[in-house]
Design a protein around this ligand. Structure first.
Ligand code: NAD
Length: 488
């Protein structure tokens, strides 16, 4: 089946001449073919969105959010089906996919508060008889370019806010996982949103470049790897657009000797191996401080070995495959690289075969010990179920290691000491901090932060940051002389 685009309220067959197979990463079964849409289809979507903007921006915010209320209920009614689709094309477990869609719904709920969140400010009598106010207005057409690892959730960090603020929108899903957005757009269609308000264009580089260059697209949200984030940020900004680009990560998790071992191990394992390590908030390095070294290493080793790996649709499975065969090969090469750099492969997840799923892209949980903090394996985003252990003597050394990395997406600390927690929260250079939390994903009413090479821009996705990103402020100064009112 060739997947259609959704442009101007119509499902349309792409005129693309190139297609990619969409594969189930657990089975290698071909699920669909995704068109690599040409620039002309981005242009059509943009023209449709620009035309729809004229009346959408005049639709009162209270009316605009009614479509989002409908969407929330439709997403909830179809949660099981959406979760199965995510698992089938992306590989994560069904529970993880359901959690992902809950996060998407949460963003719809927050965006339903736009009539409050979009309010401006005003001050009467800034001088006698003169009032000043700041109002927020939508920008026009905006777009999101999404990664493969959260096909349902990530567009929702942006799209509900963009629509609620009065913008019209284009979604470009990852070409690796385009099926979830097909289903979500079927639901968006059911909400009765006016044609052109929301559009879906499948594709890869050509479609992305057309988005970056189209003069009528005013704002772009990107989530993906750092090299692409930099490229998108540079090209879109040079074209005068508002841009926010979330990039890659290399998240450290610090374990102090006073940490609750049972809880820490459970949470750290979920952080490192959940979603097969393909979360931008996955722990990739665990730094043990002092005596934590032996206890934590032993407990993690046991936990990693016990993790049940398989098809995410099967009951009892705790970890699914990685996204592609290329990804599996890259992860396995990096494990070898770590070993070449002197690390001990304590638990080796390479060359995994899962009975019944011999063609799947499985890498089992892997633990590398005595990883060189300056080596490639401690610095490179692996994006697979690999945890590198580094041992240090003090919390100061651990924080220095955290702050020496190029990324700044997330850093976590496990401790029972309030003073240590405060020090870490204060000093760690990362946009999302977890204290006894392994995946410090902000709820929808907080911005999804990110520092250093994990983020390019200033306003983040979700919450009031999204409202600011999708609106422009206008300041009005008004003079109404008193005597003009005499005529009434
Ligand atoms: P990716 O950068 O390969 O692709 C992301 C998007 O960019 C896709 O839609 C793709 O079509 C497009 N793209 C890829 N190469 C391009 C190019 N040369 N020119 C124009 N467009 C291009 O990322 P991915 O592999 O899909 O996702 C994994 C990455 O995303 C990881 O690095 C992960 O850390 C990151 N990520 C970050 C966050 C965050 O919040 N910081 C969240 C999720 C994922």
């Amino acid at each position: 089946m060739i997947l259609p685009n959704y442009i101007n309220g119509q499902w349309c067959t792409s005129i693309a001449t190139e297609y990619l197979d969409v594969l189930n990463p657990a089975t290698a079964e071909i699920l669909a073919k995704v068109p690599l849409s040409p620039a002309s289809e981005v242009n059509q979507a943009t023209e449709a969105a620009a035309e729809a903007f004229v009346s959408w921006r005049r639709t009162p915010p209270t009316e605009r959010v009614q479509y989002l209320f409908k969407l929330k209920y439709l997403l909830e009614e179809n949660l099981e089906d959406l979760a199965r689709t995510i698992t089938t094309e992306c590989g994560k477990t069904l529970a993880e996919s359901k959690g992902e869609m809950q996060r998407a719904i949460e963003n719809v709920e927050v965006a339903c508060g736009i009539p409050m969140m979009m309010q401006g400010t005003n001050l009467e009598d800034i001088a006698r008889g003169i009032d000043e106010m700041m109002i927020r207005q939508p920008l026009g057409v905006a777009a999101v370019i999404a990664p493969f690892n959260f096909p349902g959730m990530i567009p929702f960090w942006f799209m509900p806010y963009a629509l609620a603020c009065g913008n019209t929108y284009i979604v470009k899903p990852s070409e690796k996982v385009p099926l979830t957005m097909q289903k979500i757009f079927q639901l968006l269609e059911k909400t009765g949103l006016p044609k052109g308000v929301i559009n879906l264009v499948n594709g890869a580089k050509e479609a992305v470049d057309a988005i970056l260059d189209h003069p009528k697209i005013r704002a772009i949200s990107f989530v993906g790897s750092t090299p692409v984030a930099k490229y998108i940020y540079g090209r879109a900004a040079a074209n005068g657009k508002r841009v926010q680009c979330q990039g890659g990560a290399k998240n450290p998790l610090i374990v102090l000797p006073d940490a609750d071992l049972e809880m820490t191990t459970r949470i750290a394992a979920d952080s490192a191996f959940g979603c097969a390590g393909q979360r931008c908030l996955a722990a990739s390095i665990a730094v043990t401080v002092g005596q934590a070294r032996h206890t934590f290493t032993e407990a993690m080793t046991e936990t990693a070995k016990k993790r049940v790996v398989g098809n995410g649709l099967d009951q009892g499975v705790e970890m699914g495959p990685v996204i592609t065969t290329q990804s599996k090969a890259r992860i396995e090469d990096l494990i070898q690289k770590g070993s070449d750099e002197g690390a001990t492969v304590l638990v080796d997840g390479r060359n995994s075969k899962i009975s019944g799923y011999e063609n799947g892209n499985f890498v089992r949980p892997t633990i590398l010990q005595n990883v060189d903090p300056a080596g490639e394996i401690a610095r490179t985003e692996i994006f697979g179920p690999v945890l590198s252990l580094i041992h240090l003597e003090t919390i100061e050394q651990a924080i220095a290691l955290v702050n020496s990395g190029q990324y700044g997406n997330m850093a976590c600390l496990f401790t029972t000491s309030g003073a240590a927690a405060r020090k870490f929260r204060y000093e760690a250079e990362a946009g999302n901090i977890g204290i006894n939390i392994g995946v410090a994903a902000p709820m929808a009413f907080f911005p999804f932060s990110g520092w250093k090479e994990s983020f390019f821009g200033d306003l983040h996705g979700q919450s009031n940051h999204a409202v600011e990103f999708f609106t422009q402020t206008k300041v009005v100064v008004e003079r109404w002389p008193k005597d003009w009112s005499r005529q009434f």
